[in-house]
Design a protein around this ligand. Sequence first.
Ligand SMILES: *Cc1c(COP(=O)(O)O)cnc(C)c1O
Length: 371
Amino acid sequence: RQPMSDTTVRWVDLRPRDDAEAVEAAIRRVIEAGWFVLGPEGEAFETEFAEATNGGRTVGVASGTDALTLTLRALGIGTGDEVITTALSAVYSAQAIVMAGARPVFADIDPDRLTLDPAAVEALVGPSTAAIIPVHLYGQPADLPALAKVADRHGLAIVEDCCQAHLATCCETPVGTAGVAAAYSFYPTKNLGALGDGGAVTTRDSQLEARLRRLRNGGQTERNQHTDSSAHSRLDEIQAAILRARLPLLPSWTARRRTIAAQYRDELTNAPVLVPATLDTGHVYHLFPIRTTGRDAFQEHLRNLAVETLVHYPVPIPAQPAFAFANPAPCPIATTVCNELVSLPLYPGLRDTEVAQVIEAVCTAPATGSL
Ligand SMILES: *Cc1c(COP(=O)(O)O)cnc(C)c1O
């Protein structure tokens, strides 16, 4: 790895900035209170996050993967059940299905939206299908109205993976409200991140909420009463306090993400890349992937101009060895798209000069075959 020069546009910068004082005060407050797991900060964050997302009651857990896994378990979904999810996402969307004991079934994506294709989902519904996990990938809402119709027709639960979509809306309705529950991650790179791992489930179903509170806490109903087998998965007090300090800044961070995305869109219309369409103004731009048929040369060109890039994701989930056991059907659109994606730097702390540097680098990239 080469040392970075001052002019390198870094892929991401996770050091607290406009939130630094509030974050440090939050950490000190927890240390002084001397209470570190399942306490007042976690409870207050749950209330505040429920209000911010409009998703109903919130249950803090240890990660986004656990939020999905515990929700499936709390819904009674496991051995013998199938859960349909997208071929293009972070693998954790599908790992959670396996962790719950169910079989993941991968549907191909809509080539414009890059999220679950509702027609592909419908074609995969069978007698063992119990739920659908749509992912609001890169911050762009999945086609929830169409997916909800499929779910209704077949009596399936929808569990939304909102790990990349804090505060996003779909057709002007907050994401996380179309199904029975929604899962969030607070991994440091997410739109709302902790300084470590964290996650949450939001739900309007009070029975589901009660089961989740039990499952995150060793299956305990009350002190020394354990009714379920379960591990610990809790959002700790320091992370909850940090998230409380950051949550009020999230709307302004989201606005900054949208501003940068709009600049990229405006300035890259003649660049030799395909910029995915914005299909909903509720997009929160967790990532800004472009598509190119000459990915290696494109990334090399940007590297030479001191712009870091990453690929989300180079391999469709069904092609990962971890899922071979589930005998996944091929997903040709996801397979093609995975060979073309490159994520440009986009985060609230990115400076205007850096945005300009990224645009200049993309516009001067070598031309490639058409997409
Ligand atoms: C980050 C992420 C997860 C997993 O969250 P963790 O907190 O890392 O476990 C799941 N799904 C998607 C779409 C994600 O981006």
